[in-house]
Design a protein around this ligand. Sequence first.
Ligand code: G4P
Length: 558
Amino acid sequence: DIIPAEAESVATTASSQDKLDKGVRAEAQRRRTFAVISHPDAGKSTLTEALALHAKVISEAGAVHGKAGRKSTVSDWMEMEKARGISVSSTALQFNYRSTEASPDDLTDNVINLVDTPGHSDFSEDTYRVLTAVDAAVMLIDAAKGLEPQTLKLFQVCRHRGIPVITVINKWDRPGQTPLELLDEIHERIGLTPTPLYWPVGIAGDFRGLLRRGEDGAPREYIRFTRTAGGAKIAPEEVMDADAALAKEGSEWVTAAEESELLSATGQDHDQELFLGGQTSPVIFASAMLNFGVRQILDTLVELAPPPRAREDVTGTPREVTDPFSAVVFKVQAGMDTAHRDRLAFMRIVSGVFERGMVVTHAQTGKPFTTKYAQTVFGRERSTVESAYPGDVVGLVNATALAPGHTLYFEKKVEFPPIPSFAPEHFSILRAESAGKYKQFRRAVDQLDSEGVVQILRNDLRGDASPVMAAVGPMQFEVVAARMKAEFNVEARMEPLAYALARRTDPQSVDELNRQRGVEVFTRSDGVLLALVSDKWRLQYIQKELPDLTLEPLVAAA
Ligand code: G4P
């Protein structure tokens, strides 16, 4: 029999647990964690800044290109980053945002986590890994250029991982293709059905506003934008009904309304289930530079993008957001500075509440990990994080043991599946400059391989002394060279290999493949057999001549 005092304490514990669960669930529910996938120059930095402007994180846009006379928080972060020599704030930007659609008595802000996908010259495996940390992606397309290679590669990763994609057609203030042509291209090239939520009024280069589409394609309202000087401020909006829009814009409005109805006739209306299932993509036309359509992007994220959800562990069991704390490391940054062996690991919280100072367990080693030096990344100001919730990104300082894909947890044990390796496109032989340092060289190679800095490939022909490095972007090789010198005191030499792509193969195909010109088979450290091929014509030729050989594309293969 339970004595009354104990019964009471059991009941109290149960109810406080219940409260905690509700709190975590509510915090998860109001979060949206996403990344922008785009090709260089599509306007990702400009859009990031425009989003920050709309969320009132900064008061004026224009810092991205350092336009005269403007200072902002964004550029201050950049200065700080330069001083530190590592890019911190660009990993995640967190801000509060209240949707304009929210009912007046709903006073809770949403919390938006924008996780950066490094691009340009620092395009690397990290760029893909970031996509394992988000719940949705914004595919940013330049209206004049349509789908470009880097966007396609990143899109394939989203598709593979089941990440729902919102499409933003940017630079509508500049001459470009027609909106229908752009939608056709998306549909035909990647088999994604675009379902516009907002349709442009005015052709590309004459951006007047957005027709907001109703469920049957009929206009719900017209949002007319006014330019501000240099696009530095939020563009004022005037919202009006169809009659007023017709009176204001005349034939431009008529065209937009007709096209919108045409879309409905071809089934291009939003459907939440199909969107979450990755079959359709809501579309918004915008000008990041003029801040047109930016509020609409934020509102769409809040209304349609999924909040953090349960994630399956290695056994396929879901870790619910209300379970005790757990997180996945998706990126590790090691300082290039010899004086400070600083390593910053970024984790995405999967479940529970994170509190700074908490001692968690590193699932891969079973060892405790103290989180005294956790940092938020990074809203209004860079600060030490006190607590964080599912969907949030937290940076951990001096995280020597952590590598991308690793799990951290509290109390209830869990291990999440590793992050897959992505299709490499750059290959290089790695050699130690001096034979005397071979031991250090081996250690360095193993360490950098286990951290996922590059993929290490080996075969019997080449032996162990000069393994082959495979990477998604060439910058990964530079990181290897710099870290070998700084951390292991070994000089390494690299010789580029004349292969351009990799395909997964099987033991039965190895001998025949190795007999082909322009092909060489390797074993990657995760045991996968990779055939490196000199170019796509050679690949096509082999596939045609020897159709029985296994040559499968890897994730994100171009
Ligand atoms: P990225 O991060 O994706 O590489 O692109 P970024 O924002 O740096 O933008 C690339 C260029 O495109 C910049 O021009 C930027 O001003 C311009 N841009 C971005 N969004 C828009 C838009 O909505 N409309 C127009 N017309 N241009 C846009 P730049 O010539 O490189 O620099 P700047 O001369 O503007 O400083």
